[in-house]
Write a protein that binds this ligand. Structure first.
Ligand code: ZN
Length: 138
């Protein structure tokens, strides 16, 4: 029988728009719980996102910059009439709120250069990253 295990990781962001490598706490969770299954990494937020990509510092800044080009902060978005963060909602919608990572024997299955990245789009804030692990039975 499968069981669902969950945990919340708190991440404090320091800039309005930034990309942060959160692989380590996710790895620690998978290693502590062990076994094999499917892990969902999800943010319960509308102005942050999760992606999987390379954690090269220049690239992480490039991703942030590209998102700001797609959805500029200083465009007359309708949502800015009530809340000055339409760019963040739009970029978060494009990126998505979650990623699925397989776990085998307590280890995340990621490619050599793949890392789990939190995308802050309206920081700085304290963000929650929810981990939902559907662990396969023996
Ligand atoms: Zn808003």
């Amino acid at each position: 029988m499968a069981e669902l295990l969950s945990e919340t990781v708190e991440v404090r962001t320091s800039r309005r728009v930034e990309v942060i490598d959160i692989t380590r706490p996710v790895e620690e969770f998978a290693s502590r719980v062990g076994g094999s299954g499917i892990l969902v990494v999800k943010v319960p937020h509308t102005t942050a996102a999760v992606t999987v990509n390379e954690a090269e510092p220049g690239l992480m800044e490039d991703i942030a910059e590209a998102l700001l080009k797609l959805a500029p902060i200083d465009y007359p978005w309708r949502h800015n009439r009530i809340d000055n963060n339409a760019h963040a909602h739009i970029a978060a919608s494009i990126m998505g709120d979650s990623r699925v990572v397989p776990v085998v024997n307590g280890r995340l299955v990621l490619g050599t250069w793949q890392r789990i990245l939190l995308v802050e789009l309206d920081g700085p804030r304290r963000r929650r990253v929810s981990l939902y692990y559907m662990k396969a039975g023996d």
